[in-house]
Design a protein around this ligand. Structure first.
Ligand SMILES: [Zn+2]
Length: 370
C-alpha cells in the first residue's frame, strides 16, 4: 500500500472566479510549491486527476443542474441563472467553469477510490472541499459538491463514513445531501449562522427520518480562540465521532477559521486548528482530506502543509525552507503567538460555546448512547 496520494495539477488554476473574487486558485499552487520546497512530496504519490464522470455526479446533483453548468460555462444563454445560484457576487460564471469543476470533483472521487481500493490509507485533494454546493444550486463559491460525490464512492466499501468539517462556514451542502442517511455522520464546527454565511448549522439540525442524530453542529461565536474551539470539539463532537465508530473519515480542512482570515471572525492559530486533524488521525481509519475555504494567502499554504504532515505522517520543520519563493511572507508553519482576543469577547465566546455543548448533550448525545 502506498503511503498516500496527493492530487495536484496546474490545471486547477482554471477554477478562477475573477480578479476581484476572494477565492484565489494561486493558493493551491503556493501550497504545492511549499510542500515541494520541503521535499515532502517525495513521501507520497502525486497524481494529476481526471474529470469526474457524470454518472458519479448524479447521486449528488440533478441532471438539469449539471446540464445548466455545462451550458453556462459554454457561454450559452440560460434564462434566470440565479435560480441555479449563478450571477455576480459569490458565484459568477467563468470560462471553463464546467471543466474546472469536473476536475476538482474528479480529484476527490479518485482520492475516495484510493481508500476504497485499499491503494492508500490517506489521500488529499486541496482543490476540493466545496461543501456549499446544493443538489440544484451553486453556492458560496462552490459549483459541484465534491465532498458528497466522494462520500458516495466511499459508501461502496465502508458502511459508516464520517464527515468532519472544520472550515469556518457550516458544511450545509454535505449535511443536506445525507440528512436522512444514518450511514453518514456529518459534524461541522463553524462560526455561528447568526453572524456568518450560510446562516445554518445550529445544534437543533440533527437529521431527519432514519438519519436523526447523524447531523451534528457546533456553532461558535466570533472571536473564539484555540482553547474554546478545541474544548468544544473535544467535548461535543469527538465523543460522537468515536461512538459512531466510522470506517473512513472525510475532513473538510477549510483554513478560514484562522485569525488572519478576512472572511470570518473565528480566531484560531494554525497549530490549534491542526489539533482537530490530529484527533481524527487517532481513530486510525482511512482519511480523505479535502481543501475547503481559506482567503489569506499567507495562512492557507502553511495550514494545508500542517494537515499534509498529520495525515501522511511526514514531519515538517517549523522553519520554512529558504528555497520557498514566498518565504519572506511565510517564514514558519506555525503561529508564534495566540490570536489577540479582548477579554469581553472571550467571555461571550465561552458562554456561547457552553450553550452549544448543552444543546448537543440534550438533543444529540442520546442517539449515540452518550
Ligand atoms: Zn469557508
Amino acid at each position: 500500500m502506498s503511503k498516500g496520494v496527493f492530487y495536484y495539477t496546474d490545471e486547477f488554476q482554471a477554477y478562477d472566479m475573477g480578479p476581484q473574487h476572494p477565492l484565489k486558485p494561486a493558493r493551491l499552487r503556493r501550497t504545492h510549491d511549499l510542500l515541494a520546497a520541503y521535499g515532502a512530496l517525495a513521501h507520497v504519490e502525486v497524481e494529476a486527476p481526471r474529470p469526474c464522470p457524470i454518472d458519479d455526479l448524479m447521486p449528488t446533483h440533478s441532471a438539469e443542474f449539471i446540464e445548466t453548468v455545462d451550458r453556462l460555462s459554454a457561454g450559452e444563454h440560460v434564462p434566470f441563472p440565479f435560480r441555479y445560484g449563478f450571477g455576480q457576487g459569490d458565484n459568477p460564471v467563468f470560462p471553463e467553469m464546467y471543466e474546472a469543476s469536473l476536475l476538482y470533483t474528479g480529484a476527490s472521487l479518485q482520492a475516495a477510490e484510493d481508500l476504497v481500493s485499499g491503494r492508500a490509507r490517506a489521500a488529499m485533494n486541496i482543490s476540493g472541499g466545496l461543501h456549499h454546493a446544493h443538489r440544484d444550486r451553486a453556492a458560496g463559491f462552490c459549483v459541484f459538491n465534491d465532498c458528497a460525490v466522494a462520500i458516495h464512492r466511499l459508501l461502496r466499501r465502508f458502511s459508516r463514513v464520517a464527515y468532519f468539517d472544520i472550515d469556518v462556514h457550516h458544511g450545509d451542502g454535505v449535511q443536506e445531501a445525507f440528512y436522512d442517511d444514518p450511514r453518514v455522520l456529518t459534524i461541522s464546527i463553524h462560526e455561528t449562522g447568526t453572524t456568518l454565511f450560510p446562516g445554518t448549522g445550529f445544534p437543533r439540525e440533527i437529521g431527519a427520518s432514519d438519519g436523526i442524530g447523524y447531523s451534528v453542529n457546533l456553532p461558535m461565536y466570533p472571536y473564539t480562540g484555540d482553547d474554546i474551539w478545541l474544548s468544544t470539539w473535544r467535548q461535543g463532537g469527538l465523543p460522537i465521532l468515536q461512538a459512531f465508530n466510522p470506517e473512513a473519515v472525510v475532513i473538510d480542512v477549510g483554513t478560514d477559521p484562522h485569525y488572519l482570515d478576512p472572511l470570518a471572525r473565528i480566531c484560531l492559530t494554525a497549530q490549534g486548528w491542526t489539533e482537530a486533524v490530529h484527533d481524527v488521525m487517532g481513530l486510525d481509519v482511512p482519511v480523505l482530506a479535502l481543501g475547503g475555504g481559506g482567503y489569506n494567502p499567507t495562512t492557507v499554504p502553511r495550514m494545508w502543509a500542517l494537515v499534509f504532515s498529520e495525515i501522511f505522517g511526514v514531519p515538517l520543520a517549523n522553519e520554512v525552507p529558504d528555497s520557498f519563493t514566498d518565504r519572506d511572507r511565510i517564514p514558519t508553519l506555525r503561529d508564534d503567538e495566540p490570536a489577540p482576543i479582548a477579554p469581553h469577547a472571550l467571555e461571550q465566546a465561552r458562554a456561547y460555546s457552553e450553550q452549544t455543548l448543552a444543546d448537543l448533550r440534550k438533543m444529540v448525545f442520546g442517539y449515540h448512547g452518550l
